[in-house]
Design a protein around this ligand. Structure first.
Ligand SMILES: [Fe+2]
Ligand SMILES: [Fe+2]
Length: 169
């Protein structure tokens, strides 16, 4: 049976992954309505992944005898400055999520909850990939983007990590 403290912090993560999904949906909408169909596809795909992250936590908490709470989500920004700005915000958000996952990891050690600790290892690796992938995109934006946003938008989907590297089962 999962301890209340761990259940609560996992529920906090359910909210954060759900918000991540909505944040990327809002970014997808901005990109799609601003003529960046490549960036929009990237964001839609990202939003889908975040939903699966939320589901992973939901199923885990329920499976361990806890009860997941489906949260109300706050509304993300609807306006963004430009493509560089949007990916900077993605990176900042992913760094926040990494810190959040690390906090749960450290609580599981304090509470000696080795099952949850083990469950979290997938997320630890996933966050390494997420940050690296967004940093790579930001490098590309700075390299080609400024002069040729068309080319960047056309190619951005090919910068997605191959699906299957850290897919939920
Ligand atoms: Fe996530
Ligand atoms: Fe993420």
């Amino acid at each position: 049976m999962i301890k209340k403290k761990i259940e609560d912090i996992c529920n906090r993560q359910i909210e954060r992954e759900g918000y991540s999904s909505n944040l990327y949906l809002a970014m997808a909408v901005w990109a799609e309505t601003s003529g960046f169909s490549g960036v929009a596809s990237w964001m839609y795909a990202q939003a889908e992944e975040e939903r699966l992250h939320m589901l992973r936590f939901i199923k885990y908490v329920n499976e361990r005898g806890g009860k997941s709470v489906i949260p109300a989500l706050k509304q993300p920004e609807t306006e963004y400055k430009n493509i560089e700005d949007i990916f900077k915000q993605v990176l900042k958000h992913e760094e926040f999520i990494t810190a959040s996952i690390n906090e749960i990891v450290s609580l599981t050690l304090e509470e000696k909850d080795f099952n949850t600790h083990n469950f979290l290892q997938w997320f630890v690796m996933e966050q390494v990939e997420e940050e690296a992938s967004v940093k790579n995109i930001l490098d590309k934006v700075r390299l080609v983007g400024k002069n040729n946003m068309y080319e960047f938008d056309r190619d951005v989907l090919s910068l997605r990590k191959p699906s299957g590297t850290a897919q939920p089962t």
